[in-house]
Design a protein around this ligand. Sequence first.
Ligand code: APR
Ligand code: ZN
Length: 361
Amino acid sequence: MRAAVLRDQKTGVRIEQVDLEKPREGEVRVQMVGAGACHSDYHRVSGHVEFGLVPYVLGHEGSGVVREVGSGVTTVEPGDHVILSLTAQCGRCRNCHAGRPNLCEWWVLGKGTLPGGRRPFTKDGVPLYADLATFAEETVVAESYLVKIRKDVPLAKACLIGCGVMTGVGAVLNRAKVETGSTVVVIGCGGVGMNVVQGAVLANAGKIIAVDKVKFKLDMAHSIGATHMIDASKEDPVKRVMEITDGGADYAFEVIGFPQTVRQAFDCIRPGGTCVMVGVPPKGGEVSVPGMPLFWDRTVMGTFYGAGRPRTDFPWMLDLYASGRLKLDELATKVRPIEEVNQAFDDMNKGVTVRTVFTFG
Ligand code: APR
Ligand code: ZN
């Protein structure tokens, strides 16, 4: 079975033949159909984030078909269509009970094993690290990571909901709770940022100001519903936002992953406004803001996975897609076989794609 494996940062990612153990109690084997290339995968390859769990089977955004269930599994059965969630959503811990399954305490993404410590992927008998491992023909995950979905939505589109849509739309609707008529700035309009723009459209934001350095991204943000576009390679976004909003936006989202752009987002908001950090900060990175503007009722907010409640949110997101109110086709700007994983990362870095979807035919 083929999988995209990160061995170390020098070698990068390679497609390897690997083996996968059968699902055990509470586990499920899923055949992947679509998997999105997210910048968080590349953060591990580039070293933007601290990452020592190698060799590692990459991928965390994906969808597929259930092929085999272990004993005790009750919520899915073979043949079901599923999207993988980034969070374990155990339903038993205090955060799940409080309606915050994105912060489920049972098992946290990034440990590189199944809950309990097992590593079902092996190469020549040696276990590999993996979390969701969506960049593999098949994967094994704990049942609670799976969300069963309607079968009439193409899985190669639905996969985007697993990370990019949940993170971006969720940051706006679930976490920041943007009110109708608000002015919203989105700094970084890639695969996730474009979904912050969509979230702002769904929230009925008044002005939606897209900031990026790539014209193609700004054009797409416009087509999705941004009302103003700022090319950060040509003009100072903060100065321009001040002009457009007459003194600052209500909300500014940073969707790249750098302390400097979080600061830029903070500088874009008015007294009483909220700066939301969506991008993953670099290892050791510190975010700082000037004290006096903060004193004026401004808020700096982090958000992991758009305060996602996957079993609640994925189904309505698919309903919105089916009725034309949530865009997925437009975001999947490129489809490639998983063999082309490195070309997809190159495209991401060159800024020529919004999201690449991998297929496993
Ligand atoms: N100013 C404005 N836009 C910028 C700047 C900048 N200084 N630097 C980069 N960008 C834009 C890029 O042109 C690109 O469109 O930010 C966007 C980043 O998008 P992607 O590379 O597609 O990354 P994405 O998958 O959206 O992830 C963004 O969110 O979930 C996290 O880990 C993820 O930190 C990453 C962030
Ligand atoms: Zn992601």
